[in-house]
Design a protein around this ligand. Structure first.
Ligand code: CA
Length: 467
């Protein structure tokens, strides 16, 4: 089904369900959604997740008023597939938004999110929501793939990573030392470039102001805000007000500005009286970029980071906030994933999910509202198109491992490595020899999952069309 037809159909379905001419009173009953997505933030980089020197009072308050999710996964360990999974509710292998040759989309990429995918924004727009995207997109920078052609009413942001379009300074020093290189990345409003290079020192602040402005403008109807910061992906930038403030140095400054941003958004919701009717979710697209040493973050107790299918690559520091609905101070240890966000929002918005495709998640409404357990018992860990690990309950097998970005070779494990990631979240103690039955059970789950996968052409390998 084409997207536009889907939006029309979704609108009709809603009309049938009584939402079509929803009064403002009825509309107010449907919650707003705000998804705040950091870039390369590690599991251990917030005070409320144990960082000893980074101060995040706003996120700490958000967690105290809401719920901390300690076993929440991104569906990939790098940017493009992770974002595709969040916005489609489907594993990137189903949409072609992953590749073994190129981990993510680049400025010389000609592909992007396929028109056949139904994004969360399209689903909610079809249900009458106002939709705004502020920040990093990374699902294709050519016109058909931009946010405003994928369900968002408006967009302000850098369409890919902030270390792309580099001018000068080869190698790592070129990324971490602003004196030797700069990044000629565009800042776009809707489908137009409005600034190039984007001034990244003010980027976190400007995304925040745009998101707050959108909330104020759309306070009388349901809205979806996707605030996807470009930070703390290297190169690191922060505004004047945050320079040299954090005990953690430059990286800490950057996180503390993101924390300020979260405070601004939550304060805007309180000010407009929307706090009791808005679900806010904070998470990160993948783990810390460890190869950048002190410019990269920390996965805390978890093993490894960005690019890896060890826990530190994909388990993210996640907070859900909805005063009056999510019990304040909850600690939710059930497994969940960005793949569950679309089904959650669909249920709460009364939007019907398309039935012609496989979804890889389930609604988190019971978990978040305390009315039932989490519905996720299995998580699969892909790198590109390769399934490298699978978790079922507390058990995780690794079929392949590789510490990414450090020149290690891929290791195949036969029999697979086995860890109990609840007893041993740091994946330090391999226990396969003691549990051949558990390995056999998880291998059966691998087979079952793989039988559902029909690989599609990779969007990440399509070159830019010649001008
Ligand atoms: Ca990332």
């Amino acid at each position: 089904m084409k997207r536009r037809d889907f939006i029309k159909l979704a609108g009709l379905a809603l009309a049938g369900a009584g939402w079509g001419r929803a009064t403002q009173a009825a509309d107010r009953k449907r919650p707003n959604f705000v998804v705040i997505y950091a870039d390369d933030l590690g599991y251990g980089d917030l005070s409320c997740f144990g960082h000893p020197t980074i101060r995040t009072p706003n996120l700490d308050r958000m967690a105290a008023e809401g719920a901390k999710l300690t076993q929440f996964y991104s569906a990939a360990s790098v940017c493009t597939p992770s974002r595709a999974a969040l916005l489609t509710g489907r594993l990137p292998i189903r949409s072609g938004m992953c590749s073994d040759r190129r981990g993510v989309l680049f400025p010389d990429s000609g592909g992007g999110i396929p028109a056949s995918e139904v994004t969360l924004a399209e689903l909610l727009k079809g249900a009458g929501y106002a939709t705004g995207c502020f920040g990093k997109w990374h699902l294709g920078h050519l016109p058909p793939f931009l946010p405003t052609n994928n369900g968002f009413d408006t967009y302000l942001g850098i369409p890919y990573s902030n270390d792309m379009d580099r001018v000068g300074g080869a190698g790592r020093a070129g990324i971490t030392n602003p004196k030797v290189a700069y990044f000629n990345v565009p800042l776009m409003r809707d489908d137009k470039v409005i600034e190039r290079p984007a001034d990244q020192t003010t980027i976190t602040r400007r995304y925040t102001e745009a998101a707050v402005d959108f909330i104020q403008t759309h306070k009388d109807k349901p809205f979806f805000v996707y605030l996807a910061h470009n930070m703390p992906h290297v190169p690191l930038f922060r505004s004047k007000a945050f320079e040299d403030k954090s005990l953690r140095g430059l990286y800490g400054d950057v996180i503390e500005e993101i924390d300020w941003s979260v405070g601004q958004v939550l304060e805007a919701l309180r000010r407009e009286g929307l706090d009791k009717n808005t679900l806010v979710l904070f998470s990160s697209d993948n783990g810390p970029w460890l190869t950048f040493n002190e410019h990269g973050g920390s996965a805390g107790p978890l093993r490894d980071g960005k690019g890896s299918t060890w826990e530190g690559g994909m388990r993210e520091p996640t907070i859900a906030w909805w005063p009056g609905t999510i019990r304040a101070g909850s600690l939710l240890t059930d497994m969940a994933s960005t793949l569950d966000v679309l089904p959650t929002c669909a249920e709460l918005a009364g939007a019907r999910m398309p039935e012609d495709r496989i979804y890889d998640g389930a609604s988190m409404v019971p978990l978040l509202t305390g009315t039932g357990p989490g519905r996720r018992n299995i998580m699969v860990y892909y790198r590109g198109t390769q399934l490298r690990a699978l978790r079922k309950g507390p058990w995780k097998i690794h079929l392949y491992t590789r510490t990414e970005y450090r020149g290690q070779t891929l290791e195949k494990h036969d029999p697979p490595l086995l860890f109990n990631v609840e007893v041993d979240p740091g994946e330090q103690y391999e226990v396969g020899a003691r549990h051949p039955d558990i390995i056999a059970d998880l291998l059966a789950e691998v087979k079952k999952h793989q039988a559902t996968v029909k690989p599609v052409p990779s969007q990440l390998e399509i070159p830019l069309p010649k001008a």
